[in-house]
Design a binder for this molecule. Structure first.
Ligand SMILES: *Cc1c(COP(=O)(O)O)cnc(C)c1O
Length: 374
């Protein structure tokens, strides 16, 4: 019998064990320690960002980005519906409300519909945008760079500037993706950029994440908030409501080793993507304006559920794309705007194995199994 081929698993073949062992030996395993600073420095260098704040998760990063964007009770945030729930839930952590948008053919938020919505459904007084339907102020736009592709940042940045909104880049899936002309990395273009190092992301710290921001004071503020907002660590003076969101040194040990291999992982992902394509699989493309990290591969099929079942029977893990967030129970009754394309992609996209430790034999078996299904 052939082996199980998982969808997306960690690749810990570098210096992970050595660095983690060192962290354990020094007994710096918690939210203090050199490796956290080292990971932040190395990541900032990689991204050409001024400063980065290392966190417990990408979700924590998105929560802090929203707080720092002024998202508060009775305000609203424009979000995509075709995404992972963690991109939207932090809106609710802030007691604010999401407005759900469609995707375009990049699978990312449809910037033109965002523009239409702002022009036709909102009032702008030069300072504040108010949603005509709910009379609430809109504070931010979240763009998720789905599967390592990139959203229409040109238009989204223009809109954010014109309407004085904060642009939050959920780059949890797009670490390593950058624009070919400017060299700018996903997550360093809007007001905030958030990364994730969860187990299935392109690099992993087990669980973990990071935040960067255009304004360096926001990154500093995020660090403060992530460490319980201690104004004086000796006398337990806290000057704000803080969070226990700081990354641990043990996680950072993994992160430093993983980041050393990021470019290698990007190469492998590209090679496997091309192998799938050359063998005739119908995969969605990526924007030609970017060097993508090729994080996840999207097969387009009219027989989604049958294919997934067939692949499972053949011990190959695949998955459908996320259920649209506006259709989930916690978001019943939330406002939506002209959602069309997302409904189509929801029915048609199946993600196929993309781990960096796939062998060529594995990839060829995935291809053969998909072809046999047809
Ligand atoms: C993984 C992911 C997150 C959350 O990151 P965690 O580190 O798992 O908290 C948020 N948004 C998207 C689109 C993701 O894929």
């Amino acid at each position: 019998m052939s082996n199980f081929i998982p969808l997306s698993v960690p690749n810990l073949s570098g210096n992970e064990l050595e660095y983690v062992t060192n962290a354990v030996k020094t007994e710096w395993v918690s939210t203090g320690g050199d490796l956290i600073n080292k990971l932040e420095e190395n990541l900032a260098n990689y991204l050409h960002a001024e400063q980065v704040c290392a966190l417990q998760s990408g979700t924590a990063g998105l929560h802090l980005a929203m707080k720092l964007s002024g998202v508060e009770p009775n305000t609203e945030v424009i979000v995509p519906t075709l995404t992972f729930a963690a991109a939207v839930n932090p809106v609710k952590y802030c007691y604010a409300e999401p407005i759900f948008m469609d995707c375009d053919d990049s699978l990312c938020i449809d910037a033109q519909k965002v523009q239409q919505f702002l022009e036709e459904e909102c009032d702008f007084d030069g300072e504040k945008v108010t949603n005509k339907t709910t009379k609430r102020q809109i504070k931010a736009i979240v763009v998720v760079h789905v599967f390592g592709n990139i959203g229409n940042l040109e238009l989204l940045c223009q809109l954010a500037q014109k309407y004085k909104l904060k642009l939050i880049e959920d780059s949890t899936e797009a670490l390593g993706t950058y624009f070919l002309d400017s060299g700018k990395f996903a997550g360093t273009i809007g007001d905030f950029g958030v990364y994730s190092f969860n187990g299935n992301k392109i690099i992993t710290t087990g669980g973990g994440g990071a935040l960067t921001a255009k304004n360096i004071d926001d990154v500093k503020h995020a660090k403060h908030l992530s460490t319980q907002a201690k104004a004086d660590a000796v006398y337990f003076v806290h000057d704000e409501i803080g969070y226990n969101y700081r990354m641990t040194n043990l996680q950072a040990a993994l992160g430093v080793a993983q980041l050393e291999q990021l470019e290698k992982f990007v190469e492998i992902k590209k090679k496997n993507y091309e192998l799938y394509l050359e063998n005739g699989l119908n995969l969605l493309g990526f924007s030609n304006k970017i060097r993508t990290n090729h994080w996840f591969y999207s097969l387009i099929t009219d027989k989604r559920d049958e294919l997934i079942k067939y692949m499972t029977e053949n011990k190959i893990q695949t998955r459908p794309i996320w259920k649209l967030i506006h259709t989930l129970k916690p978001y019943e009754g939330s406002q939506t705007y002209k959602i069309e394309k997302a409904l189509e992609y929801y029915e048609k996209v199946v993600n196929i194995p993309c781990s960096t430790n796939l062998t060529e034999e594995d990839v060829l078996r995935v291809i053969k199994t998909i072809k046999d299904f047809k």
